[in-house]
Design a protein around this ligand. Sequence first.
Ligand SMILES: Cc1cc2nc3c(=O)[nH]c(=O)nc-3n(C[C@H](O)[C@H](O)[C@H](O)COP(=O)(O)O)c2cc1C
Length: 191
Amino acid sequence: MSTPKIAIIISSTRDARFGEKPARYLLEAAQKRSDVSFEIVDLRDFSLPFFNEVASNLWAPTQDPAGQKWQRKIAEFDGFVFVVAEYNHSLTAAMKNAMDFAYPEWNKKAAAFFGYGSVGGARAVEHLRMICVEVQLHPTRNAVHIGGSDFFGVWQQGKAIEDIPNLSNSVTQMLDELVWWTSALKEARTK
Ligand SMILES: Cc1cc2nc3c(=O)[nH]c(=O)nc-3n(C[C@H](O)[C@H](O)[C@H](O)COP(=O)(O)O)c2cc1C
Protein backbone atom coordinates (compact mmCIF):
# COMPACT_ATOMS: atom_id res chain seq x y z
CA MET A 1 0.00 0.00 0.00
CA SER A 2 1.34 3.44 -0.90
CA THR A 3 1.92 6.02 1.86
CA PRO A 4 -1.41 7.59 2.86
CA LYS A 5 -1.80 11.28 1.99
CA ILE A 6 -3.53 13.73 4.31
CA ALA A 7 -4.68 17.24 3.39
CA ILE A 8 -4.69 20.07 5.93
CA ILE A 9 -7.56 22.23 4.66
CA ILE A 10 -7.66 25.92 5.60
CA SER A 11 -11.36 26.75 5.91
CA SER A 12 -11.25 30.56 5.94
CA THR A 13 -10.38 32.67 2.92
CA ARG A 14 -10.56 36.28 4.09
CA ASP A 15 -7.50 38.51 3.67
CA ALA A 16 -7.00 39.01 7.41
CA ARG A 17 -7.49 35.37 8.35
CA PHE A 18 -5.89 33.66 11.33
CA GLY A 19 -6.34 30.18 9.84
CA GLU A 20 -2.94 30.01 8.23
CA LYS A 21 -1.17 30.04 11.63
CA PRO A 22 -2.67 26.82 12.99
CA ALA A 23 -2.36 25.20 9.54
CA ARG A 24 1.39 25.91 9.36
CA TYR A 25 1.91 24.88 13.00
CA LEU A 26 0.12 21.61 12.31
CA LEU A 27 2.04 20.93 9.09
CA GLU A 28 5.35 21.35 10.92
CA ALA A 29 4.26 18.95 13.70
CA ALA A 30 2.76 16.46 11.23
CA GLN A 31 5.84 16.35 9.01
CA LYS A 32 7.79 14.77 11.88
CA ARG A 33 5.85 11.59 11.15
CA SER A 34 7.11 9.20 8.49
CA ASP A 35 4.01 6.97 8.20
CA VAL A 36 1.94 9.50 6.22
CA SER A 37 2.47 12.60 4.06
CA PHE A 38 0.78 15.94 4.63
CA GLU A 39 -0.01 18.92 2.40
CA ILE A 40 -1.79 22.20 3.03
CA VAL A 41 -4.83 22.72 0.78
CA ASP A 42 -5.94 26.34 0.73
CA LEU A 43 -9.52 27.12 -0.34
CA ARG A 44 -8.23 30.45 -1.66
CA ASP A 45 -6.39 28.62 -4.46
CA PHE A 46 -9.64 27.27 -5.92
CA SER A 47 -11.87 30.38 -6.18
CA LEU A 48 -14.98 28.22 -5.99
CA PRO A 49 -18.18 30.04 -7.00
CA PHE A 50 -21.36 29.47 -4.98
CA PHE A 51 -22.56 26.00 -5.90
CA ASN A 52 -24.80 26.25 -8.99
CA GLU A 53 -24.81 22.74 -10.47
CA VAL A 54 -27.88 20.67 -11.44
CA ALA A 55 -27.06 18.22 -8.63
CA SER A 56 -24.35 16.97 -6.31
CA ASN A 57 -21.60 15.23 -8.27
CA LEU A 58 -22.88 12.00 -6.72
CA TRP A 59 -25.65 12.27 -9.34
CA ALA A 60 -24.37 14.52 -12.15
CA PRO A 61 -20.88 15.58 -13.25
CA THR A 62 -19.92 19.08 -12.15
CA GLN A 63 -19.71 21.57 -15.03
CA ASP A 64 -17.83 24.38 -13.32
CA PRO A 65 -14.05 24.12 -14.00
CA ALA A 66 -13.15 25.39 -10.51
CA GLY A 67 -15.40 22.73 -9.02
CA GLN A 68 -13.76 20.05 -11.17
CA LYS A 69 -10.31 21.23 -10.07
CA TRP A 70 -11.43 21.04 -6.41
CA GLN A 71 -12.76 17.50 -6.89
CA ARG A 72 -9.51 16.35 -8.49
CA LYS A 73 -7.57 17.79 -5.55
CA ILE A 74 -9.75 16.15 -2.89
CA ALA A 75 -9.53 12.82 -4.75
CA GLU A 76 -5.74 12.85 -4.23
CA PHE A 77 -6.08 12.37 -0.45
CA ASP A 78 -6.87 9.53 1.93
CA GLY A 79 -7.60 11.72 4.94
CA PHE A 80 -8.16 15.33 5.99
CA VAL A 81 -7.58 17.72 8.85
CA PHE A 82 -9.99 20.63 8.69
CA VAL A 83 -8.55 23.80 10.21
CA VAL A 84 -11.84 25.20 11.42
CA ALA A 85 -12.71 28.87 11.92
CA GLU A 86 -15.98 29.52 13.76
CA TYR A 87 -18.29 32.08 12.13
CA ASN A 88 -21.55 32.65 14.05
CA HIS A 89 -21.28 29.27 15.77
CA SER A 90 -20.69 27.31 12.58
CA LEU A 91 -18.11 26.63 9.90
CA THR A 92 -17.34 29.24 7.26
CA ALA A 93 -19.65 29.54 4.27
CA ALA A 94 -16.61 28.98 2.05
CA MET A 95 -15.93 25.60 3.69
CA LYS A 96 -19.56 24.47 3.52
CA ASN A 97 -19.66 25.42 -0.17
CA ALA A 98 -16.47 23.43 -0.75
CA MET A 99 -17.96 20.42 1.08
CA ASP A 100 -20.97 20.55 -1.27
CA PHE A 101 -18.72 20.71 -4.34
CA ALA A 102 -17.53 17.11 -3.94
CA TYR A 103 -19.08 13.82 -2.91
CA PRO A 104 -17.42 10.57 -4.07
CA GLU A 105 -14.06 12.24 -3.45
CA TRP A 106 -14.84 12.45 0.33
CA ASN A 107 -16.32 8.95 0.66
CA LYS A 108 -14.91 6.32 3.04
CA LYS A 109 -11.97 8.47 4.13
CA ALA A 110 -11.10 9.93 7.55
CA ALA A 111 -11.35 13.48 8.89
CA ALA A 112 -9.99 15.24 11.97
CA PHE A 113 -10.35 18.82 13.17
CA PHE A 114 -8.23 21.72 14.44
CA GLY A 115 -10.59 24.46 15.64
CA TYR A 116 -9.93 27.93 16.99
CA GLY A 117 -12.05 30.73 18.44
CA SER A 118 -13.51 31.80 21.78
CA VAL A 119 -14.50 28.19 22.58
CA GLY A 120 -11.87 26.60 20.37
CA GLY A 121 -14.16 26.46 17.34
CA ALA A 122 -16.01 23.61 19.08
CA ARG A 123 -19.47 24.55 17.77
CA ALA A 124 -18.20 24.84 14.20
CA VAL A 125 -16.36 21.53 14.52
CA GLU A 126 -19.54 19.80 15.71
CA HIS A 127 -21.47 21.14 12.70
CA LEU A 128 -18.70 20.00 10.38
CA ARG A 129 -18.70 16.53 11.98
CA MET A 130 -22.38 16.15 11.02
CA ILE A 131 -21.64 17.21 7.44
CA CYS A 132 -18.81 14.68 7.33
CA VAL A 133 -21.23 11.88 8.20
CA GLU A 134 -23.44 12.81 5.24
CA VAL A 135 -20.55 12.84 2.76
CA GLN A 136 -19.30 9.53 4.21
CA LEU A 137 -16.17 10.94 5.78
CA HIS A 138 -15.33 9.22 9.06
CA PRO A 139 -14.92 11.94 11.75
CA THR A 140 -12.45 11.28 14.56
CA ARG A 141 -13.23 11.70 18.25
CA ASN A 142 -9.99 13.54 19.01
CA ALA A 143 -9.56 17.11 17.84
CA VAL A 144 -7.33 20.08 18.62
CA HIS A 145 -8.87 23.29 19.92
CA ILE A 146 -7.28 26.68 20.56
CA GLY A 147 -9.76 28.62 22.69
CA GLY A 148 -10.20 31.24 25.38
CA SER A 149 -7.12 33.15 26.49
CA ASP A 150 -4.85 30.90 24.40
CA PHE A 151 -6.69 31.98 21.24
CA PHE A 152 -6.82 35.68 22.15
CA GLY A 153 -3.14 35.55 23.15
CA VAL A 154 -2.07 34.32 19.72
CA TRP A 155 -4.73 36.22 17.74
CA GLN A 156 -4.30 39.66 19.32
CA GLN A 157 -1.39 39.70 21.77
CA GLY A 158 1.54 38.44 19.72
CA LYS A 159 1.89 35.10 21.51
CA ALA A 160 3.01 31.96 19.63
CA ILE A 161 0.98 28.80 19.13
CA GLU A 162 4.09 26.85 20.11
CA ASP A 163 3.84 28.32 23.64
CA ILE A 164 0.30 27.02 24.35
CA PRO A 165 0.66 24.42 27.12
CA ASN A 166 -0.21 20.84 26.19
CA LEU A 167 -1.30 21.70 22.65
CA SER A 168 1.33 19.41 21.14
CA ASN A 169 -0.14 16.50 23.15
CA SER A 170 -3.56 17.18 21.61
CA VAL A 171 -1.97 17.30 18.17
CA THR A 172 -0.28 13.93 18.74
CA GLN A 173 -3.52 12.30 19.94
CA MET A 174 -5.51 13.72 17.05
CA LEU A 175 -2.94 12.66 14.45
CA ASP A 176 -2.54 9.17 15.97
CA GLU A 177 -6.28 8.55 15.65
CA LEU A 178 -6.54 10.15 12.21
CA VAL A 179 -3.62 8.15 10.82
CA TRP A 180 -5.10 4.90 12.22
CA TRP A 181 -8.43 5.49 10.48
CA THR A 182 -6.84 6.86 7.32
CA SER A 183 -4.67 3.76 6.93
CA ALA A 184 -7.45 1.33 7.85
CA LEU A 185 -9.90 2.90 5.42
CA LYS A 186 -7.31 3.15 2.64
CA GLU A 187 -6.61 -0.55 2.98
CA ALA A 188 -10.33 -1.35 3.03
CA ARG A 189 -10.96 0.82 -0.07
CA THR A 190 -8.14 -0.93 -1.90
CA LYS A 191 -9.69 -4.33 -1.18
C1 LIG B 1 -18.32 36.59 10.48
C2 LIG B 1 -17.61 36.21 11.75
C3 LIG B 1 -18.31 35.52 12.72
C4 LIG B 1 -17.66 35.11 13.89
N1 LIG B 1 -18.33 34.36 14.80
C5 LIG B 1 -17.66 33.79 15.82
C6 LIG B 1 -18.28 32.83 16.67
O1 LIG B 1 -19.43 32.49 16.53
N2 LIG B 1 -17.54 32.26 17.65
C7 LIG B 1 -16.23 32.58 17.86
O2 LIG B 1 -15.60 32.01 18.74
N3 LIG B 1 -15.61 33.49 17.06
C8 LIG B 1 -16.29 34.10 16.07
N4 LIG B 1 -15.68 35.00 15.25
C9 LIG B 1 -14.29 35.41 15.56
C10 LIG B 1 -13.35 34.41 14.94
O3 LIG B 1 -13.12 33.34 15.83
C11 LIG B 1 -12.01 35.06 14.59
O4 LIG B 1 -12.23 36.23 13.82
C12 LIG B 1 -11.12 34.13 13.81
O5 LIG B 1 -9.92 34.79 13.55
C13 LIG B 1 -11.81 33.71 12.48
O6 LIG B 1 -10.99 32.87 11.72
P1 LIG B 1 -10.18 33.41 10.43
O7 LIG B 1 -9.38 34.62 10.94
O8 LIG B 1 -9.30 32.29 10.01
O9 LIG B 1 -11.17 33.85 9.41
C14 LIG B 1 -16.30 35.44 14.09
C15 LIG B 1 -15.62 36.14 13.09
C16 LIG B 1 -16.25 36.50 11.93
C17 LIG B 1 -15.46 37.21 10.86
